[in-house]
Write a protein that binds this ligand. Structure first.
Ligand code: DON
Length: 565
């Protein structure tokens, strides 16, 4: 079965050897690589590049652009991304930071009224909610530095999908339904994504003519044609006419930043994940360091879950009070990775009671008080290069604003900043000064493309899901350590705690009835989610059995992001 041929099939995974399931590389004539994405068209485009001799960077470039066209509700050229790379030649791990940046005219109180109250929807709807996009720049960056094929070749599938159109899937329709009011707010957006003002029927062909022209321009002149010259002027004019504050300088100065990923270890496995401005690597590593002090399997299932919740509470607490764009911080947060700090955090964990959030400040003497949507994909090639990318425009259809004549749907990532100290953003996360809005700053993210490695093999994983991304990765990592495989890791029922709001959000099957009673009697507040969350994509290499395994989250099947976020 070659699943990627089937539109809307839930398992959008493929092996280049036209084989799906498990590959045993030694037994096969030639392993050309593997791709996993949330969308059949993107998977197919990526595998074609590998089959034609492209490397993982080439395939990832094609997939990123393709997803930007065929899943416009989740990510796009108007958004940002984190790339995690293992480069087989140099044997180096790299993180590419293509996160959006706050415009130079932005300021701390820009979403507040004169009484310092939050103005509803200002950080989520329209051009004022959009950071300067990073995806066009990262496609060029990767192509210049790591690519083996021309950018114009790699962007051709995305161009064709935009100009010829493609039938929208169930997820598109659910998202469009959910965001219909916002899509209708801007004529340009309505004309592209709705069918005469209405949510289209399944099978409707979405053509994006302006986006196709924009892609063509990038194919011809590179990403500079997006950030400078007549195209940039066109975007700016429309952004500014609609209340936005982007400037020419904002676009001209946008840069992809190459950073060192966070590296840590937990019970014999290495974890490689993005560092700030993604909170993913630090929160994941800190939570695992806390758990490393326990022999989890010696405890009852309820106590194991209690300890995971308490570890998450503490790691997300550090996120809230300390984390932001590292280029705007005086303090290094390396201490969060140390076993001694984790040991200190463990001191306050009671094995039988939930911790009161008010008591957490112990670990933080310098604390000053006030001081779907997204997508993940991965590629591995025959050379051993590995690429994991999470890219986003933040919420469903981002800001819902398309600058006139550009086809670029802008993100609403400005909402990932802490727009007022201690108040919740769209994911219920709170933050303080470290993540306050500042000109040129990158907003804190939870996107966590991750590599796990051990003598068993390695896993490339990631998922959308806003603040819940990091706890999903943690649960999947623990499942791997417990002997789980790619399929069990993506399917695992999930639970989540993020310090604030102080409750455990869980999927229906995450707890047995007795566990619910026991956790509640320990003082945890449990909230059953009426939606599933995540859309995890995994490529796994198993050294012992010498096989590759790929899995896509079953939650991705015919579900809207709203349902799976
Ligand atoms: O960067 C972040 O943390 C968020 N903007 C990611 C958004 C996301 O995962 C939405 N998906 N459901």
């Amino acid at each position: 079965m070659k699943t990627s041929k089937i539109f809307d099939h839930w398992l959008y995974v493929s092996f280049i050897l036209f084989y799906s399931g498990t590959i045993f590389p030694n037994e096969l004539f030639q392993f050309k690589g593997a791709v996993v994405t949330s969308n059949a068209l993107a998977t197919e485009a990526g595998e074609k590049i590998l089959a034609e001799g492209g490397n993982a960077y080439d395939a990832a470039t094609t997939i990123s652009a393709m997803l930007s066209v065929v899943e416009p509700f989740a990510s796009g050229l108007g958004g940002g991304a984190f790339w995690l790379i293992y480069d087989a030649k140099s044997k180096e791990y790299k993180m590419l930071d293509a996160r959006e940046t706050a415009p130079l005219q932005s300021h701390k109180n820009m979403y507040l009224d004169e009484n310092e109250n939050i103005i509803k929807n200002l950080s989520t709807l329209g051009p004022l909610s959009a950071g300067i996009p990073g995806i066009p720049a990262v496609l060029s960056y990767v192509n210049d530095k790591y690519g083996s094929k021309k950018l114009s070749t790699l962007l051709t599938p995305a161009y064709k999908a935009a100009i010829n159109g493609f039938p929208v899937n169930e997820r598109y329709l659910k998202g469009a339904n959910y965001k219909k009011k916002w899509l209708k707010k801007y004529k340009e957006t309505e004309a592209i994504f709705l069918d005469k003002g209405e949510v289209p029927k399944k099978g409707w062909i979405l053509k994006q003519t302006d986006l196709a022209k924009t892609i063509k321009k990038i194919m011809k002149d590179g990403h500079k044609s997006f950030y400078t010259g007549s195209f940039a002027k066109k975007m700016l004019e429309s952004v500014r006419n609609n209340g936005g504050i982007w400037s020419e300088e904002d676009l001209n100065r946008y840069k992809v930043l190459e950073r060192e990923p966070v590296r840590s270890s937990y019970k014999g496995i290495s974890i490689i994940a993005p560092g700030l401005p993604s909170s993913g690597g630090l929160v994941l590593s800190n939570a695992l360091n806390i758990l490393a002090g326990y022999e989890l399997d010696k405890f009852s299932p309820t106590t194991q879950k209690h300890l995971i919740i308490e570890a998450l509470r503490r790691a997300y607490y550090q996120r809230a009070i300390k984390m932001g764009d590292p280029d705007f911080m005086d303090e290094s947060l390396e201490f969060l990775l140390t076993p001694s700090f984790a040991a200190k955090q463990r001191e306050s964990i009671n094995i039988t009671y939930a911790t009161d959030n008010q008591t957490l400040e112990f670990a933080n003497p310098t604390y000053q008080g006030q001081g779907n949507d997204t997508t993940h994909f991965a590629v591995i090639d025959k050379f051993g290069n590995r690429v994991a990318v999470t890219q986003s425009i933040n919420f469903w259809f981002g800001s819902a604003f398309v600058p006139k004549g550009t086809g670029i749907l802008l993100n609403n990532e400005m909402d990932d900043f802490s727009i007022k100290p201690g108040t919740e953003n769209g994911y219920g996360l709170i933050g303080y000064n470290a993540n306050a809005v500042e000109p040129g700053k990158r907003m804190l993210s939870s996107m966590t493309p991750t590599f796990l490695e051990s003598n068993k093999g390695f896993v490339i994983l990631g998922t959308p899901g806003g603040s819940r991304i990091i706890s999903m990765i943690l649960l999947a990592a623990l499942e791997w350590i417990d002997g789980g495989n790619a399929k069990s890791m993506v399917s695992l029922p999930r639970f989540h705690h993020q310090y604030h709001p102080d409750y455990v959000l869980y999927e229906e099957e995450a707890f047995m009835p007795n566990e619910i009673n026991e956790l509640e009697s320990m003082g945890h507040i449990l909230k059953k989610s009426n939606r599933q969350f995540g859309n995890m994509q995994i490529i796994m290499w198993d050294h012992k059995n010498n096989k590759i395994e790929i899995a896509s989250d079953p939650r991705g099947k015919e579900k809207s992001r709203e349902e799976i976020y």
